[in-house]
Design a protein around this ligand. Structure first.
Ligand code: SF4
Ligand code: SF4
Length: 274
């Protein structure tokens, strides 16, 4: 079956063990105000125009006859700086698995593998399941997920993974809804399930200044995860830069200059990723 992917990043060092190739699934049911992949939010292919380096020549606004450019209001080929593209490529699961497995020997020699990320891979659960099945027994498979999916979907897909990295962003459901657009009940239910399995996993907490990094939130998450491994992730100050490229506006609710509270002492087994 087909899925839609907005990036394939090789030599990724922070998406699981070893050196990995990370596949970014397009589409996410959440709308975290700090999301640093705005081109991964919509499930549809969309115009992506990098602003940095733009000459302002407006050549890309001229009408063209290329079939693939119609409907986007820009020519995808004329930019002298190659700044205009489409975020989102359709892949057949088999073709994608073949592409990823070209580095099979390398992954297996260095303890790396393939990571499914996004966006939210579970939003394309059938495609993710098929891809993970095709990789089974060949390379180490990891998923990075918000955990926002019904329990059957979550359980079915993580069964096909060798390692699960799951976010817990805000423990209070009203706060979660306020800043991500959805409540966290499904997420906590899936996290509880994950904790109870023997599936190797790690929880991740993004440290968003003044929002997720309060002692109150971190303490509640720490109590919930107990002894499980946790990675606190520093706020990505580069997040706002991409928004203009997909015609979205970044939030003004985050003070990116404010120092984050990375209170590792609240956790039993946490590290900080800067
Ligand atoms: S063609 Fe390229 S450089 Fe010129 S305006 Fe468009 S994006 Fe900018
Ligand atoms: S869950 Fe991840 S990809 Fe989805 S909106 Fe939040 S930060 Fe972005």
């Amino acid at each position: 079956m087909k899925g839609i992917i907005f990036d394939i990043k090789e030599f990724a060092l922070n998406d699981g063990a070893g050196i990995r190739t990370t596949v970014f699934f397009k589409g996410c049911p959440l709308r975290c105000i700090w999301c640093h992949n705005p081109e991964g939010l919509s499930s549809k292919r969309e115009l992506y125009v990098k602003k940095k380096g733009c000459l302002g020549c407006k050549l890309c606004n001229l009408p063209c006859d290329h079939e693939e450019c119609q409907g986007f209001g820009r020519c995808l080929h004329i930019c002298p700086k190659n700044l205009v593209s489409i975020a989102g490529v359709e892949w057949e699961a088999e073709a994608l698995a073949t592409r990823l497995l070209k580095d099979e020997a390398f992954f297996n020699s260095c303890g790396g593998g393939i990571t499914l990320s996004g966006g939210e891979p579970l939003l394309q659960a059938e495609f993710a399941y098929e891809l993970l099945s095709l990789l089974e027994g060949r390379v180490h498979r990891c998923i990075e997920t918000s955990g926002y999916a019904d329990k059957e979907t979550f359980r079915k897909v993580i069964e096909k993974c060798d390692f699960v990295i799951m976010d817990i962003k805000l423990f209070d459901s009203d706060e979660h809804k306020k800043y991500t657009g959805v409540g966290n009940e499904k997420i906590l239910e899936n996290a509880r399930f994950l904790k109870g399995t023997n599936k190797p996993h790690m929880f991740r907490v993004p440290l968003i200044p003044g929002i997720t990094d309060t002692d109150e939130n971190l303490r509640a998450i720490a109590e919930f995860v107990g002894e499980d491994r946790v990675e606190l992730m520093s706020y990505n100050k580069l997040a706002p830069a991409k928004y203009e490229s997909v015609g979205r506006k970044y939030t003004d609710l985050i003070d990116g200059e404010r120092e984050i509270n990375a209170n590792l002492s609240l956790f039993k087994n946490a590290t900080l990723r800067k």
